[in-house]
Design a protein around this ligand. Structure first.
Ligand SMILES: C[S@@+](CC[C@H](N)C(=O)[O-])C[C@H]1O[C@@H](n2cnc3c(N)ncnc32)[C@H](O)[C@@H]1O
Length: 184
């Protein structure tokens, strides 16, 4: 099937089919990336539209994609638009197997069932200055820094710095309470 090749090794509960970002969703993502610098990764880059648009804003972008047909399409688009390999790289790899620690911008348009496991992966791997942008499906536990758009085109930005601060606060509050309950 055109939308599912390359999916054999992915566990059923983590499978996400191809659905491209619409124009408004794409614009909303770019609004939340305004002023950002450094490296960006799109987890499941499809035909490359988010990667190529972010690359034209000056970010150094990588797209992970399992579907070889979409990957070829994205690479061809990059060549057509004169975007160099250094600005936009497309990798045929399962993003669950990739290390995210060198990226300080992440875009995600996947499915509700993967947002929980992704939250865990990204909070252990991303640097403190990272911004994560989730399209259509927000993370289940992270509080967003801000959001753009509404309905199916809504996107949310999450800044790792405030996330890690909140997690630390939560941990400290919890340990004070558990000390008190243990009589310390
Ligand atoms: C909903 S589409 C989004 C495409 C693109 N990011 C966009 O916004 O237009 C999700 C894409 O993720 C890819 N994908 C799903 N799971 C993946 C995985 N584990 N590793 C790499 N790509 C994956 C799918 O093949 C599909 O192209």
């Amino acid at each position: 099937m055109f939308v599912l090749p390359g999916f054999r090794k992915i566990p059923f509960k983590l499978k996400v089919p191809y659905l491209p970002s619409g124009r408004v969703q794409c614009e909303n993502v770019m609004k939340l990336l305004k002023g950002r610098q450094g490296r960006l990764v799109d987890l499941g880059s499809g035909d490359g539209r988010l990667v190529l648009t972010a690359a034209s804003m000056g970010l150094q972008c990588t797209g992970y994609e399992l579907n070889p047909i979409l990957l070829l399409f994205a690479k061809t688009q990059a060549r057509w638009r004169g975007i160099s390999h250094g600005q936009a790289t497309f990798v045929n790899k399962d993003f669950w197997m990739a290390d995210m620690s060198s990226f300080n911008n992440v875009t995600i348009f996947l499915a509700p069932n993967v947002m929980g496991p992704l939250e865990q992966k990204l909070s252990t791997e991303l640097p403190e200055d990272a911004r994560v942008i989730a399209c259509r499906f927000p993370f289940p536990n992270w509080p967003p820094t801000c959001s753009e758009g509404s309905g199916l085109d809504q996107v949310w930005a999450y800044d790792m710095k405030s996330m890690k601060k909140k997690a630390l606060l939560h941990k400290n509050t919890f340990s004070v309470f558990s000390c008190q309950s243990e009589g310390f």
